[in-house]
Design a protein around this ligand. Structure first.
Ligand code: TXA
Ligand code: MG
Length: 335
């Protein structure tokens, strides 16, 4: 990184329910000047830049160390902004937006010419989302432009659900972090591709397939329609991953697995569901949505303990755990 790109990263605390417009003025000034600002959304913290400014968008890729082939989500806060970024607005998009926006749902649609080609990795489509978080919504509205924002972490690392996570990952690389406390959903938005004939789920998330299908009928899962590796590169194998090696182990076996590894001299942490007989385990709730809201904070915590290994109890094989299992599988990844 060039010396000119080094920043003293400032963290500004805001009331996440009613952020005052005047406290957002510095963030707005930076965004209008083509700089980067990290901000909370209801899913994870995003690293925002003006989506209509190629130079600003390139700064996102540089700060994250993200390959330019991996496109970004554009965040809007009103219908006028939406019409500036998409070239087509099919009925299915209108129905989903009506049901779930503002909220943790991203729609992939044909892009307009206004969106910088860096945002979409030169592709013909743009991923767009209208976030519900009050800070995100106010920031976009005051900036007056749509914001390109990936999760505010270095590429392939865990997504941030707290301002401290952003600072640990991107401190020195960005100017400002807006701290609105922990995010509520805790995992990244559901991504649905509406640019083709059939809606395709590209990334499971807080809005489930069942909820989508109630509104637009059949949604195809990505695995049954292989369209090539670059279609949604967030689907690369190792992603959302802690630095510590991770193992997914069935409920029946995980206490014994931890005992066995500890006997062999390893320093092992356990992430359990509902309850655990293992000393020192982090126990998350047995409700999938509550588990998701706390998952990344738990993984960040375990990752900071300098363990030799993290054992994670495998969640049940049912639909409501789909998004969590997706993230855990990627945390294990291929190394
Ligand atoms: O919840 C979220 O979605 C968060 C917050 C900040 O909004 N953002 C987020 O962004 O997770 P990111 O960049 O970490 O993940 C975006 C995902 C990636 O898997 C990317 O490949 C996919 O969306 N994506 C973006 N544009 C796309 C496009 N035009 N076609 C297909 N996939 C796209
Ligand atoms: Mg990400």
């Amino acid at each position: 990184m060039a010396a000119a790109d080094r920043f003293e990263t400032r963290v500004q605390s805001l009331d996440s329910a009613i952020p005052s417009d005047s406290l957002l003025s510095e963030a707005v000034r930076l965004l209008r000047a083509g700089q980067l600002v990290a901000f909370p959304t209801e899913t994870v913290y995003g690293l925002g830049a003006n989506a209509l400014d190629s130079v600003a968008v390139r700064r996102i890729f540089a700060a994250k160390g993200r390959p330019p082939t991996n496109p970004l989500i554009v965040h809007v806060a009103d219908w006028k902004m939406l019409t500036r970024v998409v070239a087509d607005w099919p009925t299915a998009a209108a129905r989903l937006a009506q049901a779930f926006w503002p909220g943790p749902l991203t729609l992939v649609l044909p892009k307009s010419d206004a969106v910088s080609t860096e945002v979409t990795a030169d592709g013909p489509t743009v991923a767009v989302r209208w976030p519900a978080h009050a800070i995100a919504a106010s920031l976009i509205r005051l900036a007056g432009v749509p914001l390109a924002a990936p999760s505010a972490n270095r590429s392939t690392e865990l997504s941030p659900t707290r301002a401290e996570h952003v600072l640990a990952s991107l401190g020195g690389r960005i100017e400002l972090i807006l701290d609105g406390g922990p995010t509520s959903a805790g995992i990244e938005s559901t991504v649905v591709d509406l640019a083709g004939e059939v809606p395709i789920l590209l990334r499971p998330g807080p809005i489930s397939i069942a909820e989508l299908e109630r509104v637009i009928g059949t949604v195809r899962a990505r695995s049954t329609n292989v369209i090539g590796p670059a279609r949604s590169p967030g689907q690369m194998d190792r992603h959302y991953a802690p630095r510590t090696p991770v193992e997914l182990v069935s409920r029946a076996e995980c206490d014994e697995r931890v005992r066995e590894l500890r006997r062999a001299g390893e320093d092992v942490g356990l992430l359990a569901i509902g309850e655990s007989g293992t000393p020192g385990a982090i126990v998350l709730p047995a409700d999938a949505a509550e588990y998701a809201s706390r998952l990344y904070a738990a993984l960040h915590e375990l990752d900071s303990q300098r363990l030799s290994r993290i054992v994670i109890e495998r969640p049940p094989d049912s639909a409501e755990w789909l998004a969590v299992v997706d993230r855990l599988t990627r945390a294990v990844g291929n190394r």
